[in-house]
Design a protein around this ligand. Structure first.
Ligand code: NAI
Length: 329
């Protein structure tokens, strides 16, 4: 029996993993609410594997403690692994496996939901109608039909978003170093052309040194007046202060953010009882044309099922001493 200690477990994680466990009788999981980090790693003594998420600290110290505790496998139940010291894990003989892709459509559909909500002010309408206020002032939106969608990064999620925009009757243009051959309805352009022509810009490239603060004062100035910006990729792609400046200058008709630079402390936590110290999120939320969600693009039943299925298959690759394409090296 392979014993896994599952960190940072939320109720929806337990539900989807327990459902999938029925297909994996060789695996036992114990769930912990705490995140994996140097202070909680020793709890894994007696377990074969740990399962961690994107916000856990799986750095050098944690990996060393896991090694001393006899853990031989780190299962990341997410695509990203920048929070794992891979070299250290390798040196300790610990295998690290991840879930590279689970449901691109989940994130793309959320990107379109944000674009539509922010454009048609669904967030304001919901509150207004609940107060028996049926007026329409401030609700004016724009058609997407026959407008231009600019997709930055046409990998799995960007391609799904391009297909959705195409289905809305939009002209779809894109910027990527690599052209996706499945997108025959997309015109590839330079980044400057994309900025100048798009009515809706949706970001789907990864966060790298090159893409850090891709959206800044300089690029915002190149955009069309009244553009709609959506970011479901990574907060660091957008320089928040410059975005706020652009919103104040009326550059954007709508902004939808599933990710933002300051999200680390907020993501997946209920902080409704707290007086928040930082003002950037609050400032963004003060604008009537901004909709923010809490890094929930991935959060569909189908994506969670795929995450648990792949994670447990990864665990079986370890049990059976098999190589895996999901190995992080
Ligand atoms: P992918 O690897 O399939 O596609 C990324 C694309 O971006 C590739 O085609 C690549 O060539 C392109 N790219 C790289 N650098 C670029 C640049 N400088 N300019 C333009 N394009 C560039 O990745 P996938 O699965 O589509 O994910 C995209 C991003 O979505 C991830 O990096 C991640 O940050 C984010 N994501 C967000 C989630 C959420 O819940 N909001 C969930 C999963 C991923």
């Amino acid at each position: 029996m392979l014993k896994i200690l599952f960190y940072d477990a939320k109720s929806y994680d337990k539900d989807s993993f327990n459902r999938e466990l029925a297909n994996f009788p060789e695996i036992q999981i114990d769930y912990l609410k705490s995140e994996l980090g140097p202070s909680t790693a020793k709890l894994a003594k007696g377990y074969d594997a740990v399962c961690a998420f994107v916000s856990c600290d799986v750095g050098t110290e944690t990996v060393e403690i896991l090694h001393q505790s006899g853990v031989g496998l780190i299962l990341m139940r997410c695509a990203g692994f920048n929070n794992v010291d891979i070299e250290k894990a390798k040196a300790c003989g610990i295998r690290v496996l991840r879930v590279p892709g689970y449901s691109p459509e989940a994130v793309a559909e959320h990107a379109m939901a944000l674009a539509l909500a922010a454009n048609r002010k669904i967030h304001k309408a919901y509150v207004r109608v609940r107060e028996n206020d049926f007026s329409l002032g401030g609700m004016l939106g724009r058609n997407f039909y026959q407008k231009t969608a600019g997709i930055v990064g046409t990998g799995k999620i960007g391609a799904a978003m391009a297909r959705i925009c195409h289905g809305f009757g939009m002209k779809v243009i894109a910027y990527d170093q690599y052209q996706n051959p499945s997108l025959d309805f997309v015109t590839y352009v330079t980044m400057d052309e994309l900025l100048a022509q798009s009515d809706l810009i949706s970001l789907h490239c990864p966060l790298t040194d090159e893409t850090y603060h891709l959206i800044s004062r300089e690029t915002i100035q190149k955009m069309k007046d009244g553009v709609i910006l959506v970011n479901t990729s990574r907060g660091g792609l957008v320089k928040t202060d410059d975005l706020i400046e652009g919103i104040r200058a009326r550059k954007f008709s709508a902004v939808g953010l599933d990710v933002y630079e300051e999200e680390k402390k907020n993501v997946f936590e209920d902080r409704s009882d707290e007086i928040l110290e930082s003002s950037v999120t609050a400032r963004l939320l003060s604008f009537p044309n901004v909709v923010i969600t809490s890094h929930q693009g991935f959060f569909t039943q189908e994506a969670l099922a795929a995450i648990s299925q792949t994670t447990l298959s990864n665990a079986m690759a370890y049990v059976n001493k098999e190589a895996s394409v999901n190995e992080v090296e």
